[in-house]
Design a protein around this ligand. Structure first.
Ligand SMILES: [Zn+2]
Length: 137
């Protein structure tokens, strides 16, 4: 548990690659808002390596967010995928030989969120009601 999100740099110094294959509880997102929540585990797949005095991290991330439908306001599960997230951290900035990628991961997921969600794959059944309302003469 305590090792979550951590990369031990000394293990990588001899040019070894570390494969990252993890599933994290979405608790680390620390978001419990009315219009945004994370309840599905966050899957992370990628690798870490050490190149030119820097740690190079490449991650693919997969999870789901719960957002309200923009039309009917019901909760919608929205797939969130980040592919090829890259991060370079110079060795001199890594304190104590351990690099924690939690914040990078969290930020990347938040950046990938759609600005709006709609239920039924974008075909909210309430859409018609609303269209009728707007186009009524
Ligand atoms: Zn809807």
């Amino acid at each position: 548990m305590g090792d979550e999100f951590k990369i031990y740099v000394h293990r990588l110094k001899d040019g070894q690659k570390e494969i990252i294959e993890e599933t994290f509880s979405s608790d680390f997102m620390e978001i419990h808002e009315e219009d945004l929540a994370f309840s599905v585990p966050v899957k992370v797949h990628g690798e870490a390596e050490f190149v030119d005095q820097a740690l190079l991290l490449r991650l693919d991330v997969e999870t789901e967010a719960t957002m309200p439908c923009a039309v009917c306001n019901e909760d919608v599960q929205v797939k969130v995928e980040v592919s090829g997230l890259c991060h370079t951290e110079e060795l001199k900035n890594i304190k104590g030989d351990v690099f924690n990628f939690k914040d990078i991961l969290r930020e990347a997921i938040l950046l990938e969120l759609p600005s709006r969600a709609e239920c039924a794959d974008g075909k909210c059944p309430r859409r018609e009601d609303i269209a009728r309302y707007f186009f009524r003469s």
